[in-house]
Design a protein around this ligand. Structure first.
Ligand SMILES: [Zn+2]
Ligand SMILES: [Zn+2]
Length: 122
């Protein structure tokens, strides 16, 4: 016979997720703190690899949006997402937008001589 007693019931709230304002990916509110410095570092490495004409100013963290005293999580997330979209780089050969880290990968198959075809287009 087992005397095992389960702990107190845990609240089953979904983990709050926030957008990284640099890469636009979603993270838990705790892991975002760890992620952002890493993401920014990576961003600088990738940005420095770009031709001068395509380099962008460092992404600025959008302000936290508040309604009165409380943080408007949704509006803030929206602002983070918008900010990350502004960080995308346009491929000079096919015109699609990519995150700077993905652009490097993309450029392996998309070149001036042989631009990638648009997916899903006519
Ligand atoms: Zn990120
Ligand atoms: Zn391309």
């Amino acid at each position: 016979m087992s005397n095992f007693t389960p702990g107190p019931p845990k609240a089953k709230k979904p983990a709050p997720t926030v957008y990284c304002f640099i890469c636009g990916r979603q993270f838990g509110s705790k892991s975002i703190e760890i992620h952002i410095p890493q993401c920014l570092k990576k961003w600088h490495i990738e940005n420095n690899k770009l031709p001068k004409s395509q380099r962008r100013p460092e992404p600025v963290k959008p302000e936290i949006i508040k309604t009165g005293e409380t943080i408007d999580v949704e509006a803030t997330n929206e602002a983070m997402w918008q900010s990350s979209q502004a960080n995308l780089v346009k491929c000079e050969w096919c015109g699609r937008s990519f995150g700077p880290d993905r652009l490097a990968v993309h450029h392996r198959s998309c070149t001036k001589e042989n631009p990638a075809k648009r997916v899903g287009g006519k």
